[in-house]
Design a protein around this ligand. Structure first.
Ligand code: GLU
Length: 453
């Protein structure tokens, strides 16, 4: 059975890149009827915070990513990591090293002077130093040959073993290092496929060698190419939100975000809209693009607009009320009003912001319209005739058309000022829909207010 995991360090909130990694890992497990696990890599005591653990859990929950067992905390496995590091030492896969800081600094400086890549030169590799507390343990990295694996997204990855050094697996304070702990935990959690960012490729080769020494099965690996900013540079705080939950606060729907995230590097023919349920059936790593993808706020907005319009007026009402306190059920034609606003909105919050004119009189005076005073007559004529008609959508539309024709007007000459009169805004939805939703009484009252000096 497939077992995947997401292994965030709780040193910050879940951001776009991390959320995509978690999603891909979850979907791959589900599409293969497997399990998805979560492991907090919380061994950095200073930077790991409870607050981030909670925020990552809440983000996954909002994204409807369900865990198949309780989260694992790496910090609780330290004794096990230490035990295995010593076992590798006893079996000859690791050695004790007592090099002082000065020795290491000198080694590094000499290498830099010779324009070599600084790395541990194996000084103590063959000295059979007996391990004692306070010493480090170094992994005996194979000296010859190559380390390789077949990445499920990137294909064959091979690095000459000369590029590596005998890295530390146990520090002098007795704490295990990241590459060792991660390898042991993946083994103990029986992970079959590791899915993570491509910044971990070198780590993977180290971890494969550690797993080999531990006599473990080697999982499959899939490294996700980066998500870049629109500029092609690294994604920064200014581009994607630093905290996935900010999207929730701003009025994005989790279904829209999930659909957007999955399309960051993954495709399925020409299809664009995917429900989570469908993704849980069809997702495959072979459909992930091997080049970086770019974050696009516009595309995320496009998805959110689509998903907002999949919701019923009642569902939208509940969400708007939750996010902003604005209650569309308080006004006449509230359901029509919210559906009309959703057509042009990118978020729940935008619906709330745009909705003011359904709740408050815009109170626009004629001179604020910046049009000829002689047009005033035209508007009083318009409102007089409007008063006469039945307030049905098709009749309002027909009347506007006839009025334009009879007075030899182009639509914007009437539509632009009228939109401002009715809403206080220049960009607002269709005039006939607005008139209909506001109703005859309110519409006429607003026009009269404008014409009245
Ligand atoms: N904790 C690592 C990170 O936050 C992830 C390591 C992994 O997925 O193996 O980048």
């Amino acid at each position: 059975m497939e077992i995947t995991r997401f292994a965030p360090s709780p040193t910050g909130h879940l951001h776009i890149g991390g959320a995509r990694t978690a999603l891909f890992s979850y979907l791959f497990a589900k599409a293969n009827k497997g399990k998805f696990l979560l492991r907090f890599e919380d061994t950095d005591q200073e930077r790991s915070k409870e607050e981030y653990v909670d925020s990552i859990l809440n983000s996954l929950d909002w994204m409807k990513i369900k865990l198949d067992s309780e989260p694992i905390y790496q910090s609780r496995n330290i004794a096990r990591h230490k035990e295995l590091a010593i076992e590798l030492y006893k079996k000859g896969f690791a050695y004790a090293c007592d090099c002082s800081e000065e020795t290491l600094t000198k080694m590094r400086e000499e290498q830099i002077a010779k324009k070599q890549k600084p790395k541990y030169n194996g000084l103590n590799r063959n000295k059979n130093i007996e391990f004692a507390e306070g010493m480090v343990l170094r992994f005996k990295f194979p000296l010859e040959g190559e380390s390789k694996f077949k990445d499920l997204i990137l294909g064959d990855i091979t690095i000459n073993n000369k590029e590596f050094d005998d890295f530390i697996i146990l520090r002098s304070d007795g704490s295990p290092t990241y590459n060792f702990s991660a390898a042991v935990d993946d083994m103990d959690m029986m992970i079959t496929t590791v899915i993570r960012g491509d910044d971990h490729i070198t780590n993977t080769l180290k971890q494969i060698n550690v797993l080999d020494a531990l006599g473990s099965k080697i999982p499959s690996y899939a490294h996700l190419p980066m998500v870049l900013a629109e500029s092609g540079k690294r994604l920064s705080k200014r581009d994607g939100a630093e905290d996935i939950l900010d999207y929730k606060k701003k009025g994005y729907l989790s279904d829209a975000l999930i659909n957007y995230l999955v399309r960051l590097g993954w495709s399925y023919g020409e299809e664009e809209i995917f429900s989570l349920e469908k993704l849980k059936k069809i997702f495959d790593l072979s459909d992930v693009n091997s080049s970086p993808s770019k974050y696009s706020q516009d595309l995320l907005n496009w998805y959110n607009n689509k998903y907002l319009n999949f919701l019923s007026a009642e569902e939208l009402s509940i969400k708007v009320k939750e996010n902003s306190g604005i209650d569309f059920s308080e006004i006449d034609n509230g359901n029509l009003a919210i559906s009309l606003l959703a057509k042009g909105a990118n978020s729940i919050n935008q619906i709330a912001e745009e909705s003011i004119y359904f709740f408050e009189e815009p109170q626009i005076k004629f001179n604020a319209l910046n049009i000829d005073t002689n047009k005033k007559l035209l508007f009083s004529e318009f409102s007089k005739q409007l008063n006469e008609i039945d307030f049905e959508k098709s009749k309002i539309e027909k009347y506007i058309k006839e009025f334009l024709q009879a007075n030899n007007l182009k639509f914007p000459e009437l539509g632009k000022p009228l939109r401002v009169i009715l809403t206080g805004k220049e960009n607002a939805p269709s005039i006939s829909e607005l008139l209909f939703i506001l109703g005859k009484e309110t519409s006429l009252k607003r026009i009269e207010y404008t014409l009245d000096d």
